[in-house]
Design a protein around this ligand. Structure first.
Ligand SMILES: [Fe+2]
Length: 183
């Protein structure tokens, strides 16, 4: 088999494009019948893709990280009886690394995706564009999944304080409004 570096650019692009679809399949396989988590990850990936189209970012990294961001949640529950962010952040990267390595993702993609997963609820002072896109997408989905509609001022404060991207703020407004989640 040829090594990846020898592939012509158009084939390489195609492979990168396939990677995100294969990651989605592996995520579903891993979560098995946990349809709530599958739906969450799938939505976060869709939102992250929309945001990344308007912002800067590497689509392969953004989508792989979005699909796998909560992949440590079952292990966190099993080991600690908790879905707390710090446990998922600890448990997620080794599982993601195994999935991505099995799919022959490049070293750079694996390292960056695992780094995002490993702190996906704890932004650093300086963040990458890829991280910001995934973070905002997760935030939108988490707001959308809340039972109670959110009041307008509270949403405005979250938009101002927590969101990183303009595309994320805009999408949050559209999604929550469409779903009747703003009061
Ligand atoms: Fe999430």
């Amino acid at each position: 088999m040829k090594c990846l570096g020898e592939l012509p650019p158009e084939l390489l692009a195609e492979r990168k494009d396939l990677l995100k679809d294969r990651v989605a399949v592996e995520m579903k396989r891993y979560f098995q019948r946990d349809f709530r988590r599958i739906a969450h990850a799938t939505k976060v990936a869709r939102y992250a893709e929309q945001i990344a189209k308007e912002e800067r970012g590497n689509m392969v990294v953004v989508l792989c990280a979005a699909y796998l961001h909560d992949i440590g949640i079952h292990e966190a529950e099993r080991k600690y009886g908790s879905t707390e962010a710090r446990y998922q952040e600890e448990e997620g990267p080794p599982i993601a690394r195994e999935i991505l390595a099995k799919l022959s993702a490049s070293r750079d993609v694996i390292d960056e995706v695992c780094d995002i997963i490993g702190h996906h609820h704890h932004p650093r002072n300086e963040e990458t564009d890829n991280f910001k896109n995934v973070y905002d997408a997760d935030l939108i989905r988490n707001l959308e999944e809340q039972e109670e509609p959110i009041n307008e001022e509270k949403l405005a404060a979250i938009m101002e304080k927590s969101f990183f991207t303009t595309g994320g703020r805009k999408l949050a407004g559209d999604v929550l409004d469409r779903r009747g989640k703003i009061k």
